[in-house]
Ligand binder design. Structure first.
Ligand code: MN
Length: 196
């Protein structure tokens, strides 16, 4: 991750064997039905070797990505680790299925939440500073959130994801437990895994 990729999705493509995984290939011409609107966000629940949630924010034609082991919390006092991961193709926002065992990220994926996002400040500068504040308009997660970079090193960039204190904050609710299902199909990640 120390050397920037030549093209936006080179790292994504280099990590995957598209003969073996049903994930979108990330071809430069686009390989999904998803037209770039500039403001898509998605959170995927991913039952890989370790269960986690992948937060993705559309910017400049790709999905910026963070893996959040415990998922988002609506409690502004709770900061959740969010490891930056490789940019994903826009078509990934629709991806729900099973990555075969033995492939990178092997396990079931559901679209846990989906909607639009809006950065508070110019997003490229905010990312470079390591503090990105934005609004999410999803079914399950809404209102203002912040991603704060805490560490950059050989093992990647560690950020913290937390809810800002607004009308959508609710320390009493555990949204990942209350709403485990896909917003696309209503299926749980266990059901997707069982269906193969
Ligand atoms: Mn993942």
């Amino acid at each position: 991750m120390s050397t920037p990729p030549r093209r936006p999705l080179d790292t994504y493509r280099a990590m995957r064997d598209f003969a073996a995984t049903p994930e979108p290939g990330g071809e430069p011409s686009g390989d999904g039905d998803l037209a770039p609107t500039g403001d898509v966000f998605v959170i995927q629940k991913h039952a890989a070797r370790r269960l986690h949630y992948d937060l993705r924010l559309e910017l400049d034609g790709v999905l910026l990505s963070w893996a959040v082991p415990r998922g988002p919390s609506l409690d502004p006092a709770v900061r959740r680790l969010a490891m930056r991961t490789e940019d994903h193709p826009l078509a990934y926002a629709d991806f729900e299925g099973v990555i075969p065992k033995g492939q990178y990220g092997g396990g079931a994926v559901i679209v846990w939440d989906r909607g639009t996002w809006a950065p508070r400040d110019e997003p490229r500068a905010a990312l470079a500073r390591g503090r990105l504040t934005f609004t999410l308009h999803g079914d399950k997660v809404r209102g203002q959130w912040t991603l704060l970079r805490t560490r950059t090193g050989d093992r990647g960039e560690a950020w913290m994801l937390f809810k800002r204190n607004d009308a959508e904050a609710d320390p009493a609710r555990d949204v990942t437990r209350e709403r485990p299902e896909s917003v696309l199909t209503g299926r749980t990640v266990e059901q997707v895994a069982a269906a193969g």
